[in-house]
Design a protein around this ligand. Sequence first.
Ligand code: GTP
Ligand code: MG
Length: 149
Amino acid sequence: VEESYIMIKPDGVQRGLVGEIISRFEKKGFKLTGLKLFQCPKELAEEHYKDLSAKPFFPTLIDYITSGPVVCMAWEGVGVVASARKLIGSTNPLQAEPGTIRGDLAVQTGRNVVHGSDSPENGKREIALWFHEGEVIQWTSTLSPWLRE
Ligand code: GTP
Ligand code: MG
């Protein structure tokens, strides 16, 4: 089953946007399978964003992600990875469409409040990276007949 790693970044936590952001994925109809508040160590931030390690903004990105607690989430559902990226909106919040999380709630790329996996493979990789075994819960949602025929 398809999974996405979604993370509310430190600015989202500090700005009191945790409930608002979780609510958007809940209301869409995806299933929450993992959730925790977490202070990310530098090594984990570097591993998570390793594909960007050559970028000039990499050190400030690592400082940003480790600057306060984040909310780590695993979400499950058919099409969740691409759909979550749409709900989140463009990397640059000034270019993100109104109605998206970044479009509604952020103004700068370096403070764009939320992360979403960019492929199903990275969804699995990132959930394994951020969660310990036993922290991701398989459960049956009683809503499923009301979400899919
Ligand atoms: P994530 O969901 O966080 O992975 O964002 P993304 O997939 O929309 O963008 P990408 O993976 O290319 O970049 C990861 C993160 O690095 C972005 O979300 C930004 O927080 C940060 N970032 C990307 N480009 C820039 C930049 O030009 N300047 C700064 N300061 N940060 C950047
Ligand atoms: Mg990315």
